[in-house]
Write a protein that binds this ligand. Structure first.
Ligand code: GSH
Length: 217
């Protein structure tokens, strides 16, 4: 069955891989599933045809036969459940990997996004300079806890899993902030994720869209 995902026609990051279609592409590459991409303009995101797929008017979406999904956590979970390579077979290890998926999206991503928004959207506010250190402290707090748990391990719980895929995807957003460099083990963890051939293919594919070199289906 053909898999079709949506991505920005033109990503605000210009192809740095921060748009969330990259996570879905990465998951599909990890499990060796081909997929098509439908590019969507910002205007089309809020039009009825796209809102029927995604109630919040965002990317990415995922379509496969009669199934339409939104939310990267749900999409990556669906891909991981249906194919081998992203979730362990052992029931306890699998539950722990799923826990890390939720931790990435529910516990680590919120302060990371808060920081991105503070920097990108609030720079002109009179309270920006006072608020920024507070937001940065919340990010550092989470990274500190995460780095303690990771320790010297390569991945969060045994072999690479969908939990690592989502955690690395979240940490990617911090690369340009410099904060990640304060946590060398996490910077190395992210580098290991980025070095995976599946990630490279996903990154290159989204970059090609933004440099006009993608083959559009
Ligand atoms: N929680 C959602 C977030 C999706 C999201 O924020 N998508 C962004 C691109 S990375 C988007 O479409 N932004 C445009 C908008 O919200 O209008 C997920 O993980 O899928």
């Amino acid at each position: 069955m053909t898999i079709t995902i949506t991505a920005f026609e033109r990503s605000p990051d210009g192809g740095k891989g921060l748009a969330r279609d990259t996570r879905v592409r990465w998951a599909l590459e990890e499990v060796g599933q081909p997929y098509r991409v439908r590019l969507v303009s910002f205007r089309a995101l809020k039009e009825p045809a796209h809102l029927a797929l995604h109630p919040f008017g965002q990317i990415p979406t995922y379509e496969e036969g009669g199934l339409a999904l939104f939310e990267t956590g749900a999409i990556v979970f669906h891909v991981a459940e249906r194919h081998t390579g992203l979730l362990p077979d052992d029931a306890h290890a699998r539950a722990r990997a799923i826990t890390w998926m939720f931790a990435a999206l529910n516990t680590v991503e919120p302060p990371v996004l808060e920081l991105a928004n503070a920097r990108l959207l609030e720079g002109d506010k009179p309270w920006h300079a006072a608020r920024l250190p507070l937001v940065e402290a919340r990010v550092r707090g989470r990274l500190d806890q995460l780095s303690v748990r990771l320790g010297n391990a390569d991945w969060l719980d045994g072999a690479f899993s969908a939990g690592d895929l989502l955690m690395a995807s979240v940490l990617l957003r911090l690369k340009s902030s410099g904060i990640l460099d304060e946590f060398p083990s996490l910077a190395a963890y992210l580098a290991r994720g980025e070095a995976r051939p599946a990630y490279q293919r996903a990154f290159d594919a989204q970059l090609a869209v933004n440099t006009g070199k993608a083959r559009i289906h």
